[in-house]
Each structure stands twice: as structure tokens, then as C-alpha cells.
Ligand binder design. Structure first.
Ligand SMILES: Nc1ncnc2c1ncn2[C@@H]1O[C@H](COP(=O)(O)OP(=O)(O)O)[C@@H](O)[C@H]1O
Ligand SMILES: [Mg+2]
Length: 317
């Protein structure tokens, strides 16, 4: 049986279409990533799957239970970590776990809690108030709390936002551990491409409420990956001179050329443009997959050719 299944999920907030027909499934034991820029619909998807909000249309199942019709059964099998603070700083780690155990009605929780605290390396600190914990330790405690009732699927919404680089890498290890040692299926969202590439067996790339690509990171890179040469320019650019290198788009002083191998053509591309201020090369990655499929960079800048041509015309007058 699948751990998660979403079929044609639509979510509207008034005029805003947050999800526009999202379907995917996650097998047991997978680490699956929902990847996309801000506003893509990641949180909305997680909220539907965890029963926090209902879809406008479509259906979803977790561990075989319909999240709307059989919400209680589904919730028993779900652990979830929000990006919001849920820990009580005045309480110790043990006390936070006890609160969680009572909320979830977990019997004999101490043994399970000790196992989790040890696994995530915070057992020794567990008698101290959580207010004294580092961000990385807090995150580990949140994971222990989310796993306390023995869920089959763990949902994490942007789990590494706000962590510094070291803590982020440490947390990746925790995610792998959750999956390997505790056999929990993980569905996480992230807007960090490298995080998805490093952690997830498969990813769905969301853009404006739709899945634009789904598969293993390597598969997606092989299929849609391109190298991207990005030029910052200070004047008009003759795009016709660039098109022989690959598909070229431009807007607001930025030119993007999609090429097969950046290092082979970089020098010629730069030479073909007069007013280059800066050059950036992105080797094929999930990021360039996204640029290739949506025409937007992941920071949400849209490449608008019309606007550029208008600028060029104005500049020439
Ligand atoms: N409660 C809400 N009311 C109105 N619009 C919302 C609400 N929640 C989300 N949206 C909108 O739905 C879209 C998707 O949001 P969200 O799922 O939070 O995206 P992500 O998590 O990928 O950043 C965005 O345009 C957002 O503004
Ligand atoms: Mg979000």
C-alpha cells in the first residue's frame, strides 16, 4: 500500500488558486520532497494531507485512510513538524515530550522517548529547559516529539528554514536516520534545491499550484537539466547573436542562455554581448530543471522577453 496518495487536489482561497490539480503518490519507506518557490502550494498540500484544511476538490489518502472521510484514523498515523515553534522553553525536553505523550495518548512513552532522545543525540541534555537548547537540538527534539506515537508518515514543512549551514547538514542526517532506523516514510517540503537533491529519493517540483516535474533528482536532471549561463548587462543586447548557443531569454538587464555544456561556450557567449557586467554559470541541477520548465528562476524572477525588447527599443531611440 502507498504511504501517501493525492488525486487531483484543488484548493481555492477565494480567487486565489493555491492548488490546481495536484496528483502524486509516495511509496512506503520513501523520502519524498515537494519542491517549489514561495507560493507554489507546498504548505497547502501538506495542510490537506495532515487534515488541517480540506481540499476544494480531489481526494487524498495517508496510510490508506482518506484524510477527509477517515481523518482520525489518518491522523493517528501521521507525525508532523511545522515551521512554527511548538516547544515550551520553560519546560525540559522530557517535560515537552510528556505534554506531547498526553496530547497523543501515548502509553509507556518514556521508553520510546528515551530511545528517540538517544538516537538523535540529545538524551544527556533532556533534563535541561529547552530554552537553553541550540536550534539544531530543538529541531531534534521536535522530531522526537513527532515520532513519539509511532507514526508511519512524517510530514515536515520547510524543516531547515532558519538553521545555519552546520545545523542544516546535521538535520539532513537526522532525516536519513528517521527513514532508515525508524522505517518512517518522510514527506518534506523545501525551497532549497540542494536539500531536495541530497535527501529525497524522488521529488515533485511544484510551480503555481501544479506539478511541473516528478521523479528522482538524477532522472529529472538527465531529462530536463541544462546548464544556464546568466549575464547581467548594462545595455541593449542583440538576442539574435546569442540564439545559436541555445534558447535565450532576457529581462530587466539579465540574459539567460540555456546550453548543453556551459564551459564549452562560455567565452563565446560573453564575447557575443557588448555590455556584460557580471556572469553566472549554473551547472545542470534541479535548479536549472526548474528554470528550463517554468522560464522562471527559483527566486521567482520571471524572464519577460517582451519587456526586454521594449527596453532595447527605448534605449535605441
Ligand atoms: N489562508 C490563505 N488564504 C488565502 N490565500 C492563501 C492562504 N494560504 C495560502 N494562500 C495562497 O496560496 C498560494 C500557495 O501558498 P502556499 O501553499 O503557502 O505556498 P508555499 O508553501 O509553496 O510557499 C499562495 O498564493 C498563497 O498566497
Ligand atoms: Mg510554505
Amino acid at each position: 500500500m502507498e504511504a501517501v496518495r493525492a488525486e487531483g487536489l484543488v484548493k481555492r482561497y477565494g480567487d486565489v488558486v493555491a492548488l490546481d490539480g495536484v496528483s502524486f503518490s509516495v511509496g512506503r519507506g520513501e523520502v519524498f520532497g515537494l519542491l517549489g518557490p514561495n507560493g507554489a502550494g507546498k504548505t497547502t498540500t501538506i495542510k490537506i494531507l495532515t487534515g488541517l484544511t480540506k481540499p476544494t476538490a480531489g481526494r487524498a489518502w495517508v496510510a490508506g485512510f482518506d484524510v477527509v472521510e477517515q481523518g482520525l484514523e489518518a491522523k493517528k498515523r501521521i507525525g508532523w513538524i511545522s515551521s512554527e515553534v511548538i516547544l515550551d522553553d520553560d519546560l525540559t525536553a522530557w517535560e515537552n515530550l510528556e505534554v506531547q505523550a498526553r496530547l497523543m495518548g501515548v502509553r509507556g512513552w518514556r521508553e520510546r522517548a528515551a530511545e528517540l532522545l538517544k538516537a538523535f543525540g540529545i538524551y544527556e541534555a533532556a533534563g535541561r529547559p529547552v530554552g537553553k537548547f541550540s536550534t539544531g537540538m530543538r529541531k531534534r527534539l521536535e522530531v522526537a516529539m513527532a515520532l513519539l506515537h509511532g507514526p508511519e508518515v512524517l510530514f515536515m514543512d520547510e524543516p531547515t528554514v532558519g538553521l545555519d549551514v552546520g545545523a542544516r547538514l546535521g538535520f539532513w542526517e537526522v532525516v536519513r536516520q528517521i527513514n532508515r532506523e525508524f522505517g518512517v516514510t518522510v514527506l518534506l517540503t523545501t525551497h532549497y534545491m540542494e536539500e531536495a537533491e541530497s535527501l529525497c529519493g524522488r521529488v515533485a517540483i511544484l510551480n503555481r499550484g501544479r506539478i511541473v516535474a516528478l521523479g528522482a533528482p538524477d532522472e529529472l536532471k538527465a531529462k530536463y537539466g541544462v546548464d544556464v549561463i546568466e549575464l547581467e548587462v548594462s545595455g541593449p543586447v542583440d538576442l539574435a547573436r546569442l540564439s545559436r548557443f541555445g534558447e535565450t531569454t532576457a529581462a530587466d538587464g539579465r540574459v539567460v542562455v540555456k546550453v548543453a555544456k556551459a564551459e564549452e561556450v562560455l567565452a563565446d557567449v560573453v564575447k557575443a554581448v557588448d555590455a556584460v557586467k557580471a556572469v553566472r554559470v549554473r551547472k545542470a541541477s534541479l535548479e536549472t530543471v526548474f528554470i528550463n520548465l517554468t522560464g522562471a528562476t527559483f527566486e521567482g524572477e520571471h524572464i519577460d522577453v517582451k519587456k526586454l525588447y521594449m527596453k532595447i527599443r527605448r534605449a535605441r531611440r
